[in-house]
Design a protein around this ligand. Sequence first.
Ligand SMILES: [Zn+2]
Length: 227
Amino acid sequence: MRYGEADRILHLYTPSRGRLSAIAKGVRKARSRFGGRLEPFFRLDLVLYEGRGDLLTVTSAETVAAHPRLREHGGALDGAARACEAVARIFDDGDPHAGVYHLLTNELVLLDREPDRAGRANSLAFRLKLLLAAGFAPNLAGCAGCGEREHMVGFSGAAGGIVCGACEANAFPLDEEAHRFMVAALGRPLAEAPDASPRALAQAERAIIETLEHHAHLRLRPVGSRA
Ligand SMILES: [Zn+2]
């Protein structure tokens, strides 16, 4: 975010302190000592000075990974923006999760290495893994209401997972394909996340949205219908 004449405020996600904000002074001057290193979606090694205010001050910056190919691909850029936005929305300042940091770096590396992977299935797999890291992963193994293992008919954010016919109040229909997609997306590395039909992906997205609404009281921007 531009700030004042030549400064920029950075929103960062760090492995040890979670989300935080810092100011980079003079970064927008032509001869800034930071060069072009403080850009969106960079992975950086920063030295931050902590004063009395809320904002830390960047005193030095080294690039760990610039992810240059990601920037040349509209879908990958969009995927990276959605991933960062989801992390920023779900986790508060001073709420560190090393697993979230590694998941986000994996997503940026993946979108840089294989920009064509960007899209709805990738974004949803990323969000499911974020739910897991945040402790909100939906119950997909059996009915979240009664524990029954057969004849699942829907998904209920209030119940916290898939539900059977007897427990389906407040549930919406969840096809077997959407259930398989969610189980595989949670169980496999991001780079091996499955794809699914638009119908199954729409159901998986609704399950993620309802889970977040019930357990974290927040709503994420839809991932859209880009295939
Ligand atoms: Zn049940």
